[in-house]
Design a protein around this ligand. Sequence first.
Ligand code: ZN
Length: 449
Amino acid sequence: MKTYYLQFKVIPTIDNEQYELAEGALAHCWILEVNPESAGTRAAFQISKFDWEITGLEILPIEVKKEHFAERDLGLEQFIKAQADGMAIVYTAWARDKKTSTGPVALKSSYKTDLQWFLKEQKIQRNRGRCLHFDAGHRCREIINAHSIQKSGLLSTISQNGHVYALSAEMSDLNNNHGRPTYKKKGINKVSTFLGFCKHHDNKLFSPIDDQYLLPTDQQVLLYAYRSIAREMFVKENVLTQLRRWVKKTDHKFMKQYLGEYKASIEFGFKNLERHKLLYDRSLKSCAFNDVRYVLFLSDEKPTIAFSGLLYPDFDFMGRLIQNLGNHKVQLELITFCSAPMTTGWGYLFSWHDSSSSICTEYMRSLATMMHEGYNVSDLLFRMVILNCENCAISPEWWETLSEKQRDEITVAGASNAQPFSPIKNTYLSEGLEGASGWQFDSVISKMD
Ligand SMILES: [Zn+2]
């Protein structure tokens, strides 16, 4: 990561302990980030959280090195602090009486993060099992830790001594990595699992994909999609429940507003997800497997990663905006993607319900156009999954053959999908991570009409 320096002009809010003294201040920020945009957003968030209102950006984020502060003790000290903590901010303030000038002053916030509450609440939500099967009812007694990534033919295949690499957002890992998730070795029984089905329904419903290779039949494709959707429902509902409680218990003005806006966007995504799940419920219940559409890339090789996820496509592979996720008045179309074991190797499967055909067909066509223009299909597909899917397991054997630089790049890309501070570039699917996957695809099967 790079170190960026930037400077905001700020005034204290009424909650700021400098309010009586300081009329205004300059906030000097040293931020460890991947690009200047993210550095700016993250610094602005931190400053607002610490009871300052931003009135202007004095110096745009510029990349800095240690030697830039060689003769400047304060700057050097903060530069070093940023390397350790990911961020350092100091304020030089001017006084209301125009005589005294304070500063640099330390960072204090009237907002206190209740970490214990947060972690406890997270655990409560995660352990709140419920069956998401379309026929769920009083018979769903034994909720199991169901795998959202196919286990026998895929997770087990890529594992080494029962372990794979997966993204970890555990507090200790976040602290070691400047607040970013990182790939860590985990037992496969802890990867991709969620308490979202009862034993009876899980075994019965998913047997065509758990006990058989992907052929593909329409039913199999529909089931893979359904499982991705069920996991997302489970995860997002938990986040939403926790956010609602968090907003309620917060009285800090800026944080309440920030969390409220965040909650509204999660709520919007979740409402859409519920609608999509109902469509799949209906298709599965009435055995209308023909409602599914898909594109499947086949590889004869051994899989190196295993994943299951979904996306409301915003930018397509060519960088065109095909769906505006910020418009909360429209219904979003949804695509799911996963890897699946096949008799001859494995498959990378995109699928969608016929009701999402208008956006998803355009999305897949943009992929075809990029391939036609000479972009490497393995790069396009690998990048897409790393940037959009945190539910992803990596073969240790393969991971350890990568160079440190490649592993770092994949980690930065993987962590970015959990980062509310990283603005998305429209061309995010067309550049980066070239050559990392080593994948080879031999053929494509599709059912789009
Ligand atoms: Zn059930």
